[in-house]
Structures are given as structure tokens and as C-alpha cells.
Design a binder for this molecule. Sequence first.
Ligand code: NAD
Length: 488
Amino acid sequence: MTTAALDTAGVLVAGEAREGRGEEQTIFEPATGVEVTALRLASTADVDDAVRAAAAALAGRWGRTSAPQRSRLLHGLADAIEADAEKLVEIETRNVGKAVTAVRGEVGAAAAVLRYYASVAGSIEGSANPIGGSLTAYTLRESVGVCGQIVPWNYPLSMAVAKVAPALAAGCSVVLKPDALTPLSALRLGRLALEAGIPPGALNVVPGDGPTIGGHLVAHPEVRKVSFTGSTATGAEVMKAGAPLVKRLTLELGGKSPSLVFADADLGEAVKGCVWSVYSAAGQSCEARSRVLVEREIHDEFLTRFVERAALLRVGDPLAEDTQIGSLISTRHRDRVHELVEAARDQGAQVHCGGEVPSGDGAFYPPTTISDPDHGLAIEQAEVFGPVATVVPFDGEDEAVRLANDVRYGLMATVWTGDPARGPRLARRIESGTIGVNMPYTSFPGVPFGGFKQSGFGREFALETLDDYLETKSVVLWTGKKSPTPID
Ligand code: NAD
């Protein structure tokens, strides 16, 4: 990818793609370390302009669109993404370093999410309550207003669309802040939205530093709602910053999710599914099931087969069609992942494959499998966000559930079993927002996705997500002649 192939504008505000007034950010390909472009990203003044543009859009043409019009516009944006898919896939793959086959799926899923919200936009409706006599009440569903949406670097386009689609469907306007490392696909999304006819100012894109630019957006008095995806620590900062102005919040935060493999499971399917669940996206997924809990009687065989499969995964050039695992986001992040592996090794855990920083360029780290970690170790409790799995034995359902729940997170869990009653039974006992039963994939349009405990609150990808972007206004109507006011 050459610089000429990229949009060089660092912000998109009020329908204009232009240089930002903030820091210059060099954008690297993490898989090669090569610089692809440098962009001037947003300053706090750009955020102010973006919020002003978003408010003006609500006061203008965008604020007057009907649900059917918004539906048509969202379908138009999905069409534009599909038409531009090849370019979006290349940009995202280069910028994030993930395998191109995975990124292709993400771009397709982004269009599908837009189509889902295009389809349900018309379901937004109030209700009437004929209380009796001359008294009637009814409700209006109105957009919350200007929304600040903050997304991380691991799924820059698909996370952006997961937030933008329901907000626009509900008639809100958006100021979207991508991570400073991965602004390219979100900026392109903003341009595609304009091409699809979404009015200027309805979607503004202001990439920049987290605490300065993200913090300014969260604290901005005109921003009524903040939707944030990122780490639990930052989510707590966002709550604090939003508290003085009682901001509405959705927080999609970290995870430390388990797979639970029972002795009656189809072992081949379970191994394949568990490998995919932790190593896809090089483990840089909030829902990565990085703790593989295995019933003791099959533990040793499972571990052998899991390690064999993990070691065979093809790690390499993200743009190669046969690559299964690309690079991590940066060498800095890779070094942090490696530190956690080293600490586990020092504390007595066994490393069966991977666990070494490869020589050569790029932020690569091999699929790594660890057994026998103590339950209290950081490798069992903290989000590693890299291609690292631990395999731990358990005896019976009660212990499996105890281990699964004994972390501060609760985002995702997968149960592998041949007993048709076990999955639904455990789904009631595991504290997490999504439970898969013999099914490793996690997010589908229409299926609520979000966290229990410190994995956050609010749900995305779902019909109920629209509620987060709507206010309910009650209108109480007296149609009698004489007002019932008790004072004359
Ligand atoms: P992060 O919290 O460091 O950053 C996320 C975003 O917040 C970035 O855009 C960043 O610039 C911004 N930010 C940072 N500090 C801020 C502040 N003080 N105020 C406002 N914005 C700020 O997270 P990360 O390391 O970039 O992303 C990985 C994390 O995201 C992991 O913990 C992962 O589990 C989580 N994640 C969760 C989901 C989910 O749906 N639950 C999905 C993807 C990623």
C-alpha cells in the first residue's frame, strides 16, 4: 500500500475530510514495521467542531429524516462498503496486521450489521395508554442526540460500524473516535457514508490520542451519550469523566473467557474450535477464550492434540491468502504479551509451544500453549490480548463452573459437550454475556453481545441496542373542557 493509495486527511468533520490540527501520527504496518503514511489527527478544537457539526446535523436535514429514509441510507452505506470491500480489506489488513481472510469476514459482517439496523429502524415506535375519561398518555421515542463513540485498534471497522449503525438508525448523530494507531478504515467509512447520501455532520470521525481526544469527547457538555469499547481500566476512566454530566454510557470492556471441554465432547471438533477461539486475530479479541478448561480424564489427550494443532497454524504475511495468524498490533504490545508468558514460566507453568519472540521484522508472536498455571497467576486472571492459551484440568461440572466464573470478567464462554442437556444447564450457571454450546463464533446481527461483571454493560448488535440511543418521552393529554388541576 503506497501513501498515494490512502486518504491523507486525518479527520472528517461536517462532511469535510481534511488534516486535523493535532499531533502528526505515523501509521505503520505492524507486520513489517514499514511506515505507510503520516496523518495529522484531531485536536480538541477538531472535537469541538465535530460536536458542533453533529448538533447542527440534528437541527437540520438529518434531524428531519424519517425511519424509512434512515433505513434506505443505511442500506446505501452497506452497498458502499460492499462495493469498496477490496480496498477496505487491504487498508485494514495492512493497518492492523491481522490475516486477510479474517479481515474479509469482518468487512462482510460490517455490511451485514448495517443491513440489520436498516431493517429494524422502522420498529422504533411509541405506545399509547388511554388512561380513562378525558385522560390519555402516549410515548414518543426520540434520539438521545449527539453521541460520542470510542473504539479500539483490534476491530477498527467492525467495532465502528457496530456503534454507528444503531446510533444512526435511531436518528442520533455521531462523533466517532478511532484509536490513533488504526484510523484509516474509520475515516474511509466516514467518506463512504457521505457518498451514500448520509448528510454531512451526521457522522464525524476524529481519530486521536485516548486521554486527550477521547477524554475531551467524553467530557464534552453537548455529547449526551458515550459508547466505549476498550479495556476495563479505561472504561472506568470514561465512567468517571462522564459522571459529572450524568452521561448515558455503554461500556464493552475486556474479557478472560473460558472454553469448558467435557469428556463426552467430540474431541476433534472441540480441539479445532478451542484453537480457533483463542488464536484467531492473534488472540487480540475481547472474546478470546484464552482459558481452556478440560475435564481431567481427557486432559492429557486434549492437550497433546491442542498443542499439535496450535503449532501447525500458519503465522505470517497478513496479506497472504493461506496465512491464518498475522502479526500483533505493535512490537510494544508483543513485548507485553511475552512478559506475561515469561512470568508464568518463571512461576512454574509449562510452555508447550511458542513462548519465544521470533527474530526478524514485524510484531509477530507464535501461538503459545501453557499448562499447569496456578489459578491466581496473571496469565489466568489478566487479559493477555495475544495468542496465548492456558489449558487447565477440572473434575466435574461444579469445579468447571467455579473456575469459569472466578475472574473479574464475564464476556463469553463456550461449552463443548455431547450431552444435549449440559449446555443449557451450564448456560444458567456461567456468569457471562454470551455462552456458546459446541459453537465457537460469537457475534451475529440480532444476537445481543456484551458483558457481565467488569466486562461492562449494555448490549451491541441487537434490537435492544436501539434503546441505548433513544429517550422515551411521555405525553400526558387532557381532552376534557375543564382542567383537572386541583387548585382553582
Ligand atoms: P484502550 O482502553 O486502551 O483504548 C480503547 C479506546 O479508548 C482507544 O480509542 C483509545 O484511544 C481510547 N482511550 C484511551 N484512554 C482514554 C480515555 N482516558 N478517555 C477516553 N478514551 C480513551 O483499549 P485497547 O488496548 O486499545 O483495546 C483493547 C481492549 O479493548 C481490550 O481490553 C479488549 O478486551 C477491549 N475490547 C472489548 C470489546 C467488547 O466488545 N467487549 C471488543 C473489542 C475490544
